[in-house]
Design a protein around this ligand. Structure first.
Ligand SMILES: *[C@@H]1O[C@H](CO)[C@@H](O)[C@H](O)[C@H]1NC(C)=O
Ligand SMILES: *[C@@H]1O[C@H](CO)[C@@H](O)[C@H](O)[C@H]1NC(C)=O
Ligand SMILES: *[C@@H]1O[C@H](CO)[C@@H](O)[C@H](O)[C@H]1NC(C)=O
Ligand SMILES: *[C@@H]1O[C@H](CO)[C@@H](O)[C@H](O)[C@H]1NC(C)=O
Ligand SMILES: *[C@@H]1O[C@H](CO)[C@@H](O)[C@H](O)[C@H]1NC(C)=O
Ligand SMILES: *[C@@H]1O[C@H](CO)[C@@H](O)[C@H](O)[C@H]1NC(C)=O
Length: 929
């Protein structure tokens, strides 16, 4: 009989079976949480082949061939024992919470075909899988894996997915030996270098996703050999150079192409029209120039097209031909060319675009003429952007459209519209009441135009409306009580108009309102008590109106209120002490002569004594008191009589001696010259200098340093250390004016990027001037922090100065005016506290901003003690009320500083607001009333 043979066979099976169940039980042990109780079936009383997630071979019923536990929320580590499941073909542990490293033992699984460990929290490197010579699919994405992409991946791989890890190093050339590779994605890692030329061999490659890495160098030409490519994405890298002109012709199967967020320049190759399968084309955020090719209309399957934030032009009529041609792209749903240099009237043919078009973004161009009425024909539109600097983080040198004339009432036909952004144009006429038909509208932004007339009450009938932004127009008349019907309204900004009448009490019905900004109007009457019913209110600004009566106590109830500005009205009576009023920093009530009481630290007159003291101290004059301001040593004054060297395109070679000689040893002066010192050793110094000259060429403001030169050694600077409160106020006002001018001048926005005390210079009259635009123009040239070529990379990586740079700028790539506002806030706090943001006391999470925030009632304790001395001297023989005035002034100033240095960029005021506010504070202080 054949018994012995069967016996052997049987024993062998038993052995495999035990190994497998032991390995799985070992795996179970390393799971510390199993919320779905999945592994409950895994016990010795049932056969392992019936365990949940386990699959055995049909022919050899004791061999585990698949372990598939996807999406089970398991918490624990991956036990190395899985390496003993020798016959495993499929191992899937995706979308759980496995941590720790990927066990090396998995490399022993010779039969493995699919290995998916994606969406976990795995760390460490990728183990060698060189012996898993049958693996077709390896999916390790969305973990925290580090190290390099292994060079010895098996040649059987068809799908390699490494997206969203922390992998470093370069793309190994050896990957090109995996000739069956179809999909390679390693988006969102830290991969450097370029795609190896060897990749040209991968003729079967269909998807290549390399976005969000640190790839550099030129456009990878080898890609043109990959004629089966369907997806090609290298978005958000540091690639540069031209986009090859034959791109489209070489890649006939391409459906998705994303080159956005690099440094590509040159023209958009018209050959892309030959890649007739293209669905999605993203070439945004590069430096592309020229016109948009009119062949683009050949892309019949185009769904989304983005050219935004380039330097594309359209000035002549024929440059706009692409618009006619796009009418052939009947599937187009998204079209964005915002942030370019498209000029003049938008052709009527805009209205012939696909009736399916859902998103149309043309903001930040040079569009002029009447509102493109063709838009009203695009019935599927969800969002229209034709505005200007809507983003507080406005990028540099972005242009504004200057559309004029009225808003066509035919827009009311766009019944799917959700967002209508028309801000910062010159639209005039009335707001068409028919916009009230837009029954899905959520955001209406027509701020900063020349609109006239009243706000149509029909708008408030839009039940979906979340944001109404109509600030800075010429709107007048009353605010209709129907505002109380706008159920979803969360943001209302109608400030800086000429709106009048009473603030309707019905506004209190809108509990969802978070921000109400009605400042700079001529509202009269009292502050509605009903405001106290808006439980979600965070910001309430009623400043600079003609409101009278008392502050409603109901406001005290508002738990989430963070900023309350009632300044410059005609309010009178008692200031509450509870709720937000207990926080000195968050409440603005200056410029209301009739207010009294409130918290003691506010130093208002006690309400009962109001009449006795009023106006008594009006004619108080500020005595000059000398105070040292040592810590602001870098507020330097340099006076020189210089014959300026002429500098052409070269960095001027002026030595310290030259400079000293030409200024007669830095002696007497007629011209005040600020000297900026460039460190020539530092890479980028020359570029920085030229950037600065260019930035300054067109910029003129009394508080900006008008011209600069260079010198190769340390300049001479004398420390100023006698600065009174009044002088410090003037200084911050001057700086604010300069920054306002930079941000909001007619030449376009300039971001300074490096505002700090050492960039502020004082002249004889203590007028502050802001200088040092070196960094500013770096940012003009490159929105990204670094170019592809490593030569410039190191210098461009400088982003402001520690302590002064806004939190979001320290890490992010964006340069924003909001970042400048932050730096300004820090400088302001430094000037009044006389503490550097880098002071030793600021550590363990405490910074200068938190320090001020935490001490709202202890202003006297935190400010520069010299200011108190000043105070003491002055108050001897003079009035107590001056001291109160100083305190109130200081409180207001510090509040302004905090508003500027808010960690959240969207919460910061803009420099226009800041400057206006500081002027107000300064005037109030100098008036002394
Ligand atoms: C699995 O194999 C390892 C060697 O790789 C061995 O040390 C271990 O005992 C085995 N575990 C089980 C559960 O069989
Ligand atoms: C793994 O399991 C999931 C859900 O249980 C299933 O959708 C998927 O097809 C399985 N994969 C394999 C390769 O068996
Ligand atoms: C890994 O990447 C994450 C974000 O994906 C990041 O928060 C983390 O700091 C990175 N860790 C390392 C060590 O780079
Ligand atoms: C890739 O293949 C080439 C031959 O085509 C060979 O010379 C090279 O060693 C291989 N590289 C690796 C890492 O396998
Ligand atoms: C668009 O279609 C029209 C007619 O259907 C045709 O004449 C024109 O050449 C097409 N344009 C492009 C760019 O394909
Ligand atoms: C505020 O709400 C209370 C009830 O919560 C209500 O009695 C009162 O009338 C409301 N006030 C106004 C002015 O709407």
């Amino acid at each position: 009989m054949k018994l012995p043979a069967t016996g052997v066979h049987f024993l062998l099976v038993l052995m495999v079976c035990c190994t497998h169940s032991l390995a799985l039980l070992e795996f179970k042990k390393s799971i510390i949480r199993d919320p779905n109780e999945l592994l409950i079936s895994w016990n010795e009383s049932t056969h392992l082949c019936s365990w949940d997630g386990v699959l055995c071979s049909v022919r050899h019923p004791h061999r585990v061939i698949s372990l598939n536990l996807t999406n089970r929320d398991l918490v624990g580590q991956i036990s190395p024992s899985l390496g003993n499941l020798t016959f495993l073909k499929v191992l899937i542990l995706s979308a759980s919470s496995f941590s720790g490293e990927i066990p090396r033992s998995l490399g022993q699984l010779h039969h493995l075909q699919i290995l998916k460990l994606n969406d976990n929290m795995l760390q460490g490197g990728i183990p060698s899988l060189a012996n898993c010579s049958k693996v077709k699919e390896l999916s390790l994405g969305k973990n925290q894996l580090t190290g390099q992409i292994p060079a010895d991946l098996p040649n059987s791989l068809q799908k390699l997915i490494l997206v969203a890890n922390n992998l470093t190093g370069t793309v190994p050339a050896s990957l090109a030996n995996i000739t069956v590779l179809k999909i390679f994605t390693c988006m969102n890692n830290n991969i450097e270098g370029n795609i190896p030329d060897e990749f040209a061999r991968l003729r079967g490659l269909q998807e290549l996703h390399l976005g969000k890495n640190k790839l550099s160098g030129r456009f990878p030409q080898l890609v043109l050999n990959l004629s089966n490519l369907v997806v090609f994405s290298v978005a958000s890298n540091y690639l540069s150079g031209d986009v090859p002109s034959d791109l489209g012709g070489s890649l006939p199967s391409l459906k998705y192409m994303s080159l956005g967020g690099n440094f590509f320049h040159g023209h958009i190759p018209s050959s892309i029209a030959n890649a007739s399968e293209l669905n999605i084309v993203d070439m945004s955020r590069n430096k592309l120039t020229g016109v948009i090719p009119s062949s683009i209309g050949k892309l019949q399957k185009l769904f989304a097209l983005s050219f935004e934030y380039n330097k594309l032009q359209a000035s002549k009529e024929q440059d706009w031909k692409f618009m006619n041609s796009l009418a052939n792209c009947t599937e187009l749903q998204v079209r964005t060319v915002l942030g370019n240099r498209l000029q003049g009237n938008v052709p009527e043919s805009l209205g012939n675009l696909s009736s399916q078009l859902r998103y149309l973004y043309l903001a930040n161009n040079h569009l002029s003429g009447d509102f493109p009425s063709g838009i009203a024909k695009l019935r599927s539109l969800i969002s229209i952007e034709l505005g200007g600097n809507r983003f507080t983080g406005a990028r540099l040198q972005l242009d504004n459209n200057i559309l004029t004339g009225p808003i066509p009432s035919s827009l009311c036909n766009l019944s799917n519209l959700i967002g209508l952004y028309l801000e910062s144009n010159q639209l005039d006429g009335h707001i068409p009441p028919s916009l009230g038909n837009l029954q899905t509208l959520e955001i209406l932004n027509i701020s900063n135009n020349n609109l006239l007339g009243t706000i149509p009450k029909e708008l408030f009938g839009i039940q979906t409306l979340l944001n109404i932004e109509l600030s800075s127009n010429n709107l007048d008349g009353p605010l209709h009580p129907d505002i109380g019907n706008a159920k979803q309204l969360t943001y209302l900004d109608i400030s800086s108009n000429s709106l009048s009448g009473e603030i309707p009490s019905a506004i209190g019905n809108r509990e969802r309102l978070e921000d109400i900004k009605l400042g700079h109007n001529v509202f009269s009457g009292s502050v509605p008590t009903s405001l106290g019913n808006i439980t979600n209110l965070q910001i309430l600004n009623l400043s600079r109106n003609h409101l009278n009566g008392s502050i409603p106590v109901s406001i005290v109830r508002l738990k989430f209120l963070e900023q309350l500005d009632l300044s410059f009205n005609r309010l009178e009576g008692e200031v509450p002490t509870a709720g937000i009023f207990s926080n000195l920093i968050s409440v603005w009530i200056d410029g209301n002569t009739g207010l009294c009481g409130g918290q003691l630290v506010r130093h208002l007159r006690p309400c009962s004594a109001m009449h006795l003291n009023s106006r008594k101290n009006k004619h108080f004059t500020v005595q000059k008191v000398v105070i040292p301001l040592g810590s602001i040593a870098s507020l330097a004054i340099v006076k020189k009589n210089v014959s300026l060297p002429s500098f052409g395109s070269k960095f001027p070679k002026v030595t310290y001696i030259d400079l000293a000689r030409s200024t007669e040893g830095f002696s007497s002066s007629k011209i005040v010259v600020a000297v900026k010192v460039f460190c020539l050793e530092r890479k980028g110094a020359q570029k920085s200098f030229m950037a600065e000259c260019n930035a300054l060429r067109n910029i003129r403001h009394r508080n900006l340093v008008p011209i600069l030169t260079a010198c190769s050694s340390d300049g001479s600077s004398s420390t100023l250390n006698h600065i009174t409160l009044a002088q410090r106020l003037s200084i911050v006002v001057d700086i604010a004016d300069a920054m306002e001018y930079l941000h909001h001048n007619h030449q376009g926005t300039i971001v300074h990027c490096d505002l700090k005390p050492s960039n502020i210079l004082l002249d004889d009259n203590m007028t502050a001037r802001v200088g040092d635009f070196g960094l500013a123009m770096f940012k003009v040239d490159s929105i990204m922090p670094s170019f592809g070529d490593s030569a410039s990379a190191s210098s461009i990586a400088i982003k402001g100065t520690i302590g002064y740079v806004a939190p979001e700028c320290a890490t992010g790539r964006e340069v924003t005016i909001a970042g400048d506002v932050y730096s300004f806030g820090i400088v302001l706090l430094e000037i009044f506290l006389r503490k550097r943001p880098t002071d030793d006391m600021f550590k363990d999470g405490l910074n200068i901003v938190r320090f001020v925030e935490m001490n709202p009632d202890r202003i006297l304790k935190i400010i520069d003690p010299d200011l108190l001395e000043d105070e003491r001297d002055v108050s001897q023989g003079t009035s107590v009320s001056f001291k109160e005035k100083s305190l109130e002034c200081l409180a207001s100033v510090l509040k302004t500083g905090l508003c500027c240095a808010n960690p959240s960029p969207s919460e910061r005021m803009d420099m226009q607001g800041v400057a206006a506010r500081l002027h107000g504070i300064k005037e109030a202080y100098l008036r002394g009333n």
